[in-house]
Design a protein around this ligand. Sequence first.
Ligand code: WT7
Length: 630
Amino acid sequence: MSDRIHTLSGYLYEYQKSVTQPEEFWARIADSFHWRKRWSKVLKWNFDEPDIQWFVDAKLNITENIFERHLFTIGDRPAIIWEANDPNEEGRTLTYRELFHEVNRFANALKSKGIGKGDKVIIYMPMVPESAIAMLACARIGAIHSVVFAGFSSSALADRVIDCEAKAILTSDGNFRGSKKIAVKAVVDEALEKSSVETVIVYERTKQDVTMKEGRDHWWHDVIAEEADLCPAEEMDSEDMLFILYTSGSTGKPKGVVHTTGGYMVYSQYSFDNVFQYSEGDVYWCTADVGWITGHSYIVYGPLLAGATTLMFEGVPTFPDAGRFWAVVEKHKVNVFYTAPTAIRALQAYGTEPINNYDLSSLKVLGSVGEPINEEAWHWYHTHIGKNKCPIVDTWWQTETGGIMVSPIAGITPTKPAYATLPLPGVQLCIVDPEGKELTGNSVEGNLCIKFPWPSMIRTTYGDHERCKQTYFSTYKGMYFTGDGVKRDHDGYYRILGRVDDVINVSGHRLGTAEVENAINEHPKVIESAVVGYPHEVKGQGIYAYVICDLTNRTEANLVNEIKEMVSQIIGPIAKPDKIQLVSGLPKTRSGKIMRRILRKVAEGSFDSMGDTSTLLDPDVVTKIIEGKK
Ligand code: WT7
């Protein structure tokens, strides 16, 4: 590939080009894609509105760039290798040609159910190839997919169905996860009780009992039975919506991050190709779920646009035992392996024995994503998985950025443990102090912003453009604010320090403190609550909830369990608080604002350094909370 960076000086050259002549730079990258009509202008932008348009007026279909663009050369190459939850169940491999026909067949099925361009389709499915087929079939006909992680509860699903005005839901009967069989369709039924969704298509996976609503619910195998395996691709504008993906913010309900077609396509392939240095014939495995942005950009779109072989795993790292990841690496001779620090730390706890049984010599590149990777985990990954010969790419990015922003180029950028290192071409970082003043030079620390558009950036938050403007473009004028703190060291290398807003990152999953508080407050005995993150050995951050309760007719232990259950039901098991401390009051300022800084200190167990507490309404509250914790 001509757009491939091969050397460090090549990276520096490309980076310079991308800053001094961004439009020429991206036009050159975009040239290798198939456009039905070329753009009239590469970029129009305004960060105040915000209004961002890439490849203006261009027409294309992203699936034509996966399939038709190179079907004649790579039709027989494996596109998706699927590994089932149970190692004894036979996996599946779909070549590009087979995947093409399955996508087309399902696209026709969607059309015959009256789904077309601009319609929103929720995908709530396990990690089976059909979830990728579903996404691509939507893209084929111009429908907008919104994948919801299948671990989310019915009420979280219902919120998303309503917010995006979904016309259809694609789901499964159940889901295999480790030793568990999880009901999926039943969750959908509950979520749809009060909705007007017209069509539900159910993929049969676990063969468990489900109820099918006459006229609304259909089996996947029935709807495709009579369909042709060719479906013309809908012509899309470069700025037409490709998908909506919900993510948590510091306030209110999760917001629908909108990504559009042309820019997302160009950036997801470009970043995939360069960061992982994928070469033909390699087997690439990203362990994320398609319900997160990592799954969108680096299980489905990026690798498939690049013509790569992407492995999809249905199960969990510890089933049937803690050697499962390494068994899969050996079995499929995985060359590029991309996972999250939380998984590394969880497996680290089992020692090296589960690794030693397997041949990991196929591995060439290791990746990390989702949260800061601590030095210890980095070294363990490097030594025991990479056998000191595989570069680690620590990739920093976000749902909103659509693709990797800061990362080493595998084997090219010298790495440093716990550092995401340097920005990719096209990414203009800026570190600011709390007043928004740019901190120039090296050895500085502050808030991370991006001052120039990149092709896969967020365009809006669905149905609420003002929220997009407020959240990302108003804190610092003329810049996109990431919500992360960062350090640029003496070498100019970037180290991400974690969120500086009220977002917590639990096992690489983003949750808003307000969102968890709202769920806790649903419990009839709860009067008020405050949630903070605290350092957790495996999860990165754990959830610590301070709750004021009415204790009449209840024991503390019962209440704590009921509250945990409540959160699990309202959001999903990932949001279940690790610790709940019942308190009689919360530290508030005279204006009634909860001082989370103090609650964070107490949660992490540092009782001596409370900082300035002079604005507290009642300093006694803090003493009581500390006593309660000890
Ligand atoms: C937040 C975004 C897009 C990846 C999956 C998570 C944190 C992500 C790193 C990293 C340090 C990281 C940031 C970011 N984060 N990758 N390599 N090093 N922190 O996507 O759910 O949108 O969360 O995850 O805090 O803001 P997300």
